[in-house]
Design a protein around this ligand. Structure first.
Ligand code: MSP
Length: 515
């Protein structure tokens, strides 16, 4: 089975922050999970370069826009590497392959009779790159950025979005899974209920943007341009093997502020072009700081690179995905971060590995007989239950639920250590077989935890695998092999602590503006 997952492509006018990294980390986790489940995954990320804020920023820096975005590409790629996000393709909207796809979408909409020229008169928020009517504004301000929009009046090309009202309603009805989570779907259904208006899909060109074919002096509206990236990366309009294999996309993962572009404008564009619609648009929540959205324009951003350097990328990933049910907002709070880190990572998981490996080294030189002795610890049954719960949560994109399931297994392991007290067994030579069985089963459980936790914490999961004498290349790992007895550890090795404890005072004192 194939699985095509995309993220929003970021505006590169500023460097990424933990809010934008959150989405990429979640997508990377889903992509890694799907690979573990044996699917053929295509994970796309990229940059949305033709925004007017990017143009302005380049001017401020005294650079040609393309020289500026070339530089920012490096900044983004470095940030994604720092948080262990690994994509299959990275598309920039300034690439030829993207322009070709956008031109094809324009030509198809034109051929379908969905374009006409008209005068746009109204408000525009440059940070959203979106038009707003009076009724959308809150006290005259953009509802997302809380800034005053510009008033614009220009002759543009319009797209007959209103003509797709009935087809969109029918699609929502026939595919209740199209917009997720369900509370996001309800928001969009109310938007649809208000009735769709045609939208402007071009603007007077300033030389930055894709020229609108057949409409001299106009550039393609940045959202019409950007949304097409998902198709462009498959080779569209050519029906390449990648296109045939991966289109329609299985999941567009985007923030709740831009779900409407993906769940209304994008499907209408695709209907107009005669291209099948993506299967799921998932609108995730925001990372907040001090109760407000972490945002470049607000200036309360935290740097994912500095944070990952300070606490480890995997600890950051864990916190972001464990803190709230996926889909909801979450507050990045240092005290909560340290509390979770120390309780779940340092104590529960880190200590279980440390104790198990430590005892196996001390009593048996790291050698284990394997699980052949029978399930003395009753952990095998627990791990089957956890696997089922984990799969169900992950298939439903309930990432927090996936982590909670894994921690049940971790708790069962810790309980088994306390119940079977291997240090007592070690004192009695007659109990050597029992000791080996207990330690073998704990090591087998830890291998399972390493596999299950891999999508969330790829780096630490590899460290665990090494300590357990496993093949540390996760490309070879499969969820279906979770209970394969031949993979149970036979030789363990001492390792560094997985998650050294943090001191909350030090963390709070050492806080600076970036992490
Ligand atoms: N360029 C558009 C997307 C085009 S997709 C065809 C855009 N870019 S953005 O840089 O402003 O945002 C990129 C993604 O980050 C969006 O999905 C947005 O919702 C998300 N986030 C921005 N701030 C965020 C938080 N504070 N928290 C979580 N996600 C955040 O929109």
């Amino acid at each position: 089975m194939s699985f095509y997952i995309t993220c929003a492509i970021d505006y590169p006018n500023r460097q990424p922050h933990i809010g934008t990294a959150y989405e990429k980390i979640a997508a990377d986790t889903i992509a890694r999970y799907k690979r573990l489940a044996g699917e053929d995954v295509f994970f796309l990320m990229g940059l949305d370069e033709h925004s007017q804020n990017v143009y302005k920023r380049a001017q401020e820096e005294g650079l040609e826009p393309i020289a500026f975005t070339d530089r920012m590409e490096g900044v983004f790629r470095a940030a994604w590497a720092a948080v262990n996000v690994e994509f299959d393709d990275f598309i920039r909207t300034t690439e030829d392959r993207h322009r070709i796809a956008v031109e094809a979408m324009v030509q198809r909409a034109e051929a379908a009779g969905d374009f006409y020229e008209g005068v746009y008169k109204g408000f525009y928020c440059v940070s959203c790159e979106a038009y707003y009517s009076d009724r959308d504004l809150v006290d005259g301000k953009c509802p997302v950025h809380e800034t005053e929009p510009e008033f614009r009046e220009e002759t543009n090309v319009f797209f007959r979005l209103s003509a797709y009202q009935a087809r969109l309603e029918a699609h929502y009805e026939e595919h209740p899974e199209f917009v997720q989570p369900d509370y996001r779907r309800n928001e969009l259904l109310s938007l649809l209920d208000e009735g769709l208006e045609d939208i402007s899909v071009s603007r007077a060109s300033d030389g930055w943007g894709i020229p609108m074919p057949g409409h001299e002096g106009q550039a393609v509206y940045v959202w019409f341009d950007a949304l097409t990236n998902y198709l462009a990366a498959t080779g569209f309009p050519e029906e390449t093997d990648t296109y045939k294999k991966f289109w329609p996309a299985d999941m567009h993962l985007v923030g709740k502020d831009i779900t409407r572009f993906h769940a209304i404008i994008w499907p209408a564009m695709l209907m107009s072009a005669g291209v099948p619609l993506p299967k799921v648009v998932y609108g995730h929540g925001w990372v907040l700081t001090g109760g407000g959205r972490m945002s470049k324009s607000v200036g309360n951003v935290m740097d994912p690179v500095a944070t990952a350097e300070r606490f480890g990328a995997d600890a950051l990933r864990y916190f972001l995905l464990r803190e709230t049910p996926f889909g909801r907002d979450l507050e990045f709070d240092h005290e909560r971060f340290v509390a979770r880190y120390n309780a779940d990572l340092a104590n529960d998981l880190g200590n279980l590995l440390q104790r198990t490996v430590g005892m196996a080294m001390k009593y048996q030189n790291g050698a284990l007989g394997g699980p052949a002795e029978g399930d003395v610890t009753r952990l095998a049954a627990a791990s089957r239950e956890v696997e089922a719960e984990y799969r169900e949560a992950m298939e439903g994109y309930e990432l927090q639920g996936g982590l909670k399931a894994i921690w049940k297994l971790v708790a069962a392991g810790n309980l088994a250590v306390d119940t079977h007290a291997p240090w007592v067994l070690a004192k009695d030579p007659a109990k050597a077989a029992e000791l080996d069985a207990v330690l073998s089963q704990l090591a087998a459980l830890l291998r399972q935890v390493a596999v299950l936790v891999h999508p969330f914490m790829p780096e630490r999961s590899a460290t665990m695998a090494q300590a357990l004498g496993q093949d540390a290349d996760p490309a070879a790992w499969r969820l279906d092999d979770l209970h394969d007895p031949s993979l149970a550890p036979r030789q363990v090795h001492k390792s560094e602590p997985l998650f050294p404890r943090l001191d909350v005072e030090e963390v709070i004192e050492g806080r600076d503006a970036t992490c």
